[in-house]
Write a protein that binds this ligand. Sequence first.
Ligand code: SF4
Length: 719
Amino acid sequence: MTDGARPATAPGPPPREAATHCPYCALQCGMTLREENDRVAVLPRQFPTNRGGLCQKGWTAAELLDHPDRLTSPLLRDPASGELRPATWDAALDRVAEGIRGVQSGHGRDAVAVFGGGGLTNEKAYALGKFARVALRTRHIDYNGRFCMSSAAAAGMRAFGVDRGLPFPLSDLGRADTLLLVGANPAETMPPLVRWLTEQRQRGGKLIVVDPRVTATARLADLHLQPLPGTDLAVASALLHIAVTEGLVDKDYIAARTTGFEEVRRAVAAWWPARAEALSGVPVADLEATARALGTGERVVILTARGAEQHAKGVDTVTGYVNLALALGLPGRPGSGYGCLTGQGNGQGGREHGQKADQLPGYRRIDDPAARAHVAGVWGVPADDLPGPGVPAYRLLDSLGTPDGPKALLVFGSNPVVSAPRATRIEGRLRDLDLLVVADFLLSETAALADVVLPTAQWAEEDGTMTNLEGRVLRRRALREPPPGVRTDLAILADLTARLAQVQGRDPSQSPGVNKGPFLPAEPAAVFAELRRASAGGIADYAGITWERIDTHDGAYWPCPDPDGPDTPRLFAERFPTPDGRARFHAVEHRPAAEEVSAAYPLHFTTGRVLAQYQSGTQTRRVPALNRAAPEAFVELHPDLAGRLGVTDGEPVRVVSRRGEMVAPARLSTAIRPDTVFAPFHWGGAARANSVTNDAVDPVSGMPEFKICAVRVERVETP
Ligand code: SF4
């Protein structure tokens, strides 16, 4: 040390950083992870969708990386004690491979099923689909996204010939003259999105929210329509009825760009506003004000989300709003359109690359001979070897362990014990399996039932791509290696494929098909390169998207067929991707909920999310700050209803349906209709809302009716 000088600090290595995105919802907020002194900090990052904003879930996401509950060793169920015990990877994967071989040799290939998740990266969703179709050769694969966006996806496909949540950038919301949100509560589910709503209103735009509850988003609205749960389609029909009778529809657009309007016009003629008011409770004056705001604005956006979609008539309900948007000439008009607010982190990409029962990569149909030939060519197998379509998620889960259903299930990135409807029954089905394998990084309620648990890497420990709610493909970048004892999902699938080859007597280093080389690479970059080839020419064409392109721009929107050509931020400017280039109207008709209220079950029950928790809560319930903010489930009741039942705020109540019951403290609120009760679905055990929900499903999408069933509420006698 020199006189008077401060001691020189030795320059240490610069902190490790990764510019990535939040692991949770489909907004995929940009964030930077920085590792300093063994701690990972989350820093907000400017990205076009979140513009530096994060919600509490994003801020605290890194707390799970070193969480004490983290699984760092495979677990095998000990037949003697029935307990899950740590095991080596070799023992665990051998057990899985042997179990699969035993089940398939006894019951056929379809006796093994795979269940994926809308949070998996594109690479994993793709690899899972390929693993099921080529390594297992089972038709049984589906995923929890079926419980999330499938109704909007099906409605979009049949109207527009494509399913991309938002067919325009999110920034269009900020410039909309009129924005209609149906069954969407972004103020709680995607708080940074509210910046766009604020901007929209500051510019003088009108925000209209349709929701049975006075949600945080509804409180921001200029107009809140509060229909009875299950009547959103009647509201849509009445809005179109008013638009027709008041001459607000765009006749030139209808003539030039659509087919099928006449039938829809005849169908909505019967939905005069007073009829819709009688059914939904929404005043005629509010219906008229809404139709006029939609019909007279220049830039008009209509968005649906789970409130409208999670019904046994979800596809038709979304179609009602798509019909409205088409009649007003919105899709393809600059700054206007219809869109769906996707929920799960990779809800969009997860439904494009093959983990759906009826789908091959690139949003191709598995029953399309040309699609089968293309994908089989990329995979190096005969097209005839690919299995046919499986069944949607709930049907698959409900068939597990039954005489004709699968006897083994592999679960990746999902927790159906909490998230499936009629969950008590599904939990029983899982218990009936000969083999349940769960890959996860925490012991979820589903993993706790498993015969084999495989500990997986977290989002900050692996590279990959995600596709956000705009159809924009993003880079997920690893900050650090997974901890010792943990493997990535891709590595697990690659290893399992090799072991299956071994037990089947094939060369484990080679593809099951005619292509030489490993069947499933464990490196995400190699999987993405293959995904690009497999998706080429499909609806969701990623062929022109490279990781480098994503890095140098703020992502890339599909379809993007050519590495040197443009991507597609906005769809439908000139034509729709249908055979004749036109969008298709479909006449749809309101029908009652699958289960109506009765003397024994006189109340409507609806479920949803709260700000500080995410999906089945496996992750967020373990983050202290989130747990403090939302520590437990609750049952929201109107004070008038609570008064009739003799229930006070905070007192435990039992919600009973024909299928099961849940118990949680009552939360009294005037935000809910007196004929309806609400509970969030993030908790398991006695507070599991999905013990109560109805497993009736939409006939087109397979979406269960999470948003409405009939219940009674009882006081819980406490000693
Ligand atoms: S809004 Fe969604 S993506 Fe953004 S920080 Fe919150 S959970 Fe993460």
